[in-house]
Design a protein around this ligand. Structure first.
Ligand SMILES: [Zn+2]
Length: 447
């Protein structure tokens, strides 16, 4: 590893070394290669573009959705001595002109933009007259209609290679199938990219599918055994998220909602409270980024089937980042399957319908086949799993079809507590404190 990379790592980034495939990606970017990096949440993506942007002359353009975390990233970059800016229509004209001047002169290390901007010929002209060292495209799988998360705005990036043939492109995707990866390469015009695709297997995650009967009671039972442990509960709709958070609070479990219908300040505050450990349960809509960097999430529950295995993997990727055991439980019911199939049948456009239908049926197969959950997930993403029994899923443990009222599928024993036990169990210091603050906290965030 070069001295400059080591010095940057230990200096402004305050790290002793790279994790996983970060070194491969950073070296590829530094050599001016195109990159296709398939990284799960928590895979350390930002370092892969921030560090080269810090070292290379010129500006790194970071393409992705601007959100509440962009402000946080700007502040963090500033603390590291990285000159960063945002180009969006919400900024005042003075700020916009300042960033555009910095782009032309290459005096800004990082500039964040949304993908739609590439549909503007004036913006492409600005880039052609700028000093770019490379372009980093986040969530690049959104450019593919074969993916689970296609966004039409990303199609504007199809022209970037033509407009900037000599500027290296680094595409970062979440876990994606081979078909989506090939589509990303084609649509972005990546030239012989360095491909970094770490194993998606995380041994600490235990998987189970549980028949859904009385979801509220089932969730309470699971949480009762995990009191004061942080976790995520996913629901299919905003209303169910609100209802579940309120239900848990009524049963003495501080919980906060997280969905796109909340205003930005409330969303930010709920995330901050969860991040700070003030509240241990976050209830979110499936696919919603809970925005947490907590490494100690011990369980991820899904009240309904997610629309795809990509979405499921992405949600569960927050579990057990500290390497300790975390349980991923999906509640299944035939009724939910029927409802979801009906909703998918109304998808507009044959191609979009076919993709949505196929991806959902793969989720149904994941739930209903007596086959190692881990193997099915990994093989879906093209990763071979050679172990016959993973010993950490309900199928391999022989617990498939176990009584859903019991958490024996997860912990190997029948719980002594029932659904109503949560309140009486929270008698330790932290639980008592959290409970006493609940009415105040939730009074602020419930509609
Ligand atoms: Zn297994």
């Amino acid at each position: 590893m070069s001295v400059s990379i080591v010095n940057a790592l230990r200096g402004p980034f305050r790290l002793e070394g790279f994790v996983g495939v970060q070194e491969q990606i950073v070296k590829g970017v530094m050599r001016g290669r195109d990159i296709l990096a398939v990284l799960p949440p928590g895979g350390g993506m930002s370092l892969c573009y921030e560090l080269p942007a810090y070292l290379l002359p010129g500006t790194c353009l970071v393409v992705g959705r601007l959100c509440w975390r962009t402000r946080e990233r700007l502040a963090r970059a500033g603390n590291r001595g990285i000159r960063a800016g945002v180009l969006d229509d919400l900024r005042g004209s003075d700020e916009k002109q300042r960033v555009e001047r910095a782009l032309r002169s290459g005096t800004c290390d990082l500039v964040y933009v949304e993908p739609e901007r590439f549909g503007d010929p004036g913006f492409l002209n600005l880039l052609q007259n700028s000093h770019l060292c490379f372009i980093a495209v986040k969530a690049a799988h959104r450019i593919s209609t074969w993916g689970h998360d296609f966004q039409s705005g990303y199609r504007s990036l199809s022209h970037v290679r033509e407009a900037l043939p000599d500027t290296p492109l680094a595409a970062f995707t979440g876990p994606a199938t081979g078909r989506v990866r090939r589509d990303v390469i084609d649509r972005l015009g990546l030239h012989s990219p360095v491909t970094a695709s770490p194993s998606l297997n995380r041994k600490q995650r235990h998987y189970a599918v549980v028949p859904k009967q009385n979801l509220g009671a089932q969730v309470l039972t699971l949480l009762a055994e995990r009191h004061n442990q942080p976790g995520l509960v996913y629901r299919a709709t905003r209303q169910r998220v609100e209802d579940t958070a309120a239900y848990l609070v009524r049963h003495g479990i501080p919980a906060l909602p997280c969905h796109a219908g909340l205003d930005a300040d409330m969303l930010c505050r709920n995330r901050d409270l969860f991040e700070a450990g003030e509240v241990d349960v976050m209830v979110a809509t499936t696919g919603m980024d809970p925005g947490t960097a907590r490494p100690d999430i011990r369980y991820v529950l899904h009240g309904e089937l997610p629309p795809s295995l990509e979405a499921y993997y992405r949600d569960t990727a927050h579990a057990g980042l500290d390497g300790r055991r975390a349980d991923c439980v999906l509640f299944y019911s035939d009724r939910d399957v029927s409802r979801a199939r009906h909703a998918i049948s109304r998808t507009r456009g044959e191609h979009h319908w076919r993709v949505a239908h196929t991806k959902f049926e793969q989720v149904v197969a994941y739930c209903t086949r007596r086959e190692c959950r881990r193997r099915r997930l990994l093989e879906y993403f093209g990763e071979r799993f050679r172990v016959r029994h993973c010993k950490a899923c309900d199928v391999c443990r022989g617990d498939i079809g176990h009584s859903p009222r019991s958490t024996a599928v997860l912990s190997g024993h029948i719980p002594a507590t029932g659904p109503g036990a949560c309140q009486s169990k929270r008698t330790d210091g932290k639980g008592a404190s959290a409970r006493s603050s609940t009415p105040r906290v939730l009074a602020m965030q419930t509609p």
